[in-house]
Structure formats: C-alpha cells, structure tokens
Design a protein around this ligand. Sequence first.
Ligand SMILES: O=C(O)CCC(=O)C(=O)O
Length: 289
Amino acid sequence: MLTDIERVNVQSISGLSKHLLDIDAPVLIDGFVNSWPAMQKWTPEFLLAEFGDRDVPVVTMRDFDYGNGVLNNVPLKEYLESIGALDENPIKKTDSDSDVNHYLAQVDINEHFPELVQDVDRLESFEQETVGSTVIYIGGSLFSQLHYHPFGSATLSVISGQKRVRLFAPDQGKYLYPHSFYSHFPHLSKTHHKEPDPAEFPKFSQAQYVEVTVNPGEMLFFPIYWWHSIENLGVSVSITSFWNKNWNSRFLPPPGPRAAYLYEPVRRYANKASGAIRKVGRMASRINQ
Ligand SMILES: O=C(O)CCC(=O)C(=O)O
C-alpha cells in the first residue's frame, strides 16, 4: 500500500512524463507551476477587473453530490462575492456547513477564459496518451466528491489557496461504493462526504488512502483510475489538465473490478429471471391444489 506521495522537483528529473507513467502512482511536482504567469497574475482583483461581468457556468449541488448538480450561468463578480473571494479574509467565509453548494468547477479554460490560456502550461505529452482539455476550478471551502478519471492521466495545479487531497489506489474501489457502471456517473462514489455515514457505507472504513495538501505552485499527478476526493481549505483557484488514453479506458470499467462490473447486468437479469420462474412455480402449484 502507498504510504506517502513521492515528491519530485521538475528540474531534477529529465523525461518527467515518462517517469510518471512508469511509477503508476500519484506524484507531487514542484518547480513547474511556480513559473507560470498565472501565479502572479490571477488575484481576485485581477479576475474581477478582467472578467467580472462575464457569465460563467457554476454548478449548484446538494450535499456535495455532483450527481444532482445543475449548471447555471452567473456573472463572475456575483460568484466571487458569494464564495467570499473578494473579502479581506476569505478563509472565514465558508459554505461547507450548508447543504447547497456552488462551485465553478471543471470549466474549460479555452472556451470560457481564452485570455488566460497563455498564463498556464502542461507537462510534456505522455507516450500512449493524447492531450485532453484544461479546466479551471474556483471555489470556497467545500468538499469535492470522491471520483476517478476513466480517460487517462491528469494533473491538478494549485494557483492560490490550498487543497487537501485523499488518494485511493484503483484496487480500493471495492470499498468506495461507485455508482453502477451503467449509470451516468460510473466514476463517482455514492459517498459524498469526507467521512461517510458508516451505517450506509460500512466498507468505506476499510479503504486505505494517502492524504496530501497541495499548496500554491505545486502540481499533483494522478494516474488513470486513482480515486481522489478534494477539500478546498478556503478559497482556491486551480487548473486540471487531462490526457486521454485509449478507447478501452474510455468505455470499459477499471481493470481490477472489471469482471464484477461486467457481471452486474448478468446478475441483475438472472435475479429477475429466477424471481419470474419462482412466481410461475407458485402459480402452478396453486392451480394444482
Ligand atoms: O478541485 C476539485 O474540486 C476537484 C478537482 C479534481 O477532482 C480533478 O481535478 O480531478
């Protein structure tokens, strides 16, 4: 089991992308994001002055569950105010106790903030993976639901604020209550709190994880299928870049529990069929009496 996260300085490792794919575990990378223009530039005042009137998609969800989230377009100014990003001491303002949460989450930077694209960068491309989208998160204190990425590797880079991340290896999925593979959210856990109710999710306490705080200027690399949940410790701005692996990672469940996922509809129909056979048997025995 992974007990700590490897930390590397990007300057000290040549061929970093290849190294990351070789180790197939999360890695915290220092010395890369620090040099992005975004680090100096993206203050709340800058975002407000440049984009305050722009409508941006904000997800509203109940109880930190992306599954019930609804997207609304809101002027950025209104959103920044609502999360306390413009307050002098934004960390005090939190909606983590409320059961309705608002989050500017996974917003495509090319589409919604094309002017900001030049302020960030990506790792060099991975062999076997093609470049996917780059998205921005701006949020107040909240919990971001446990999930994995089914398409390929990803990196999360913190520009401001802090994020506390829990990482679970793919084989821990058996304790993490994923939604059905045949649902809209097979990569989301049904648990949507940091400490899920043990009566509802008894196996969760058996899951092993490692926790890391990602600070401004740091980048966390996630290999495909690694489960992660994220806590915003106050107001934060971050960038996630995605890669895409190949068609089977996109359309098949994670390799470990793959057989169990694929077996699920068979089991469901077998149960239905055996119920129907028993019903016919009961009817037949009543007719014979
Ligand atoms: O920062 C967040 O709230 C979620 C980010 C995340 O899960 C991701 O980048 O995959």
